[in-house]
Design a protein around this ligand. Sequence first.
Ligand code: GDP
Ligand code: MG
Length: 166
Amino acid sequence: KSGFASIIGRPNVGKSTLMNKIIGQKIAIMSDKPQTTRNKIQSVYTDKDFQIVFLDTPGIHKPKNKLGEYMVKVATDTLNEVDVVLFVVDDSKDIGPGDRRIIESLRKVKTPVVLVINKIDKISKEELITLIEKYSKEEVFDEIVPISALKEGNLNSLINVIKKYL
Ligand code: GDP
Ligand code: MG
């Protein structure tokens, strides 16, 4: 069994850390290159009976002009070509404008979307529950998985969730 996953999210939410921890090597740094190619292979996670190919898809940015609008369209089209989208957010108490923009774009994506709430080592259980409730109301996520990429918390659950969609 194998399939394709794309990790998206605002800068600094922990996408590279997550990928590095899953793969176990410092190879996700290359993801910060300018977005020129579609669906470039970023890293491959291989286990006994399955394989997850993580793809470096173009990010969704605030469009500043017609070209920017086109880039957002390319980004959302690209997300339709993978098996599962991992949308990473951090422990921010509210859904900010950057995340809001991505959520609105994700409504047009047919691929299953897993919301990954990262940095849960920084918040209380109560705060996490409140955050999960806020995101659930958006009705765009097929699953919500809280993790701590840095502390390697709950990464196995995330991998099991990804497996379901491959
Ligand atoms: P990216 O821009 O989305 O790729 O984010 P990075 O992976 O570069 O992480 C941005 C910052 O957040 C770094 O300083 C990481 O060490 C930190 N970070 C990432 N994951 C976690 C986490 O689970 N908990 C905490 N406390 N910090 C994290
Ligand atoms: Mg990064």
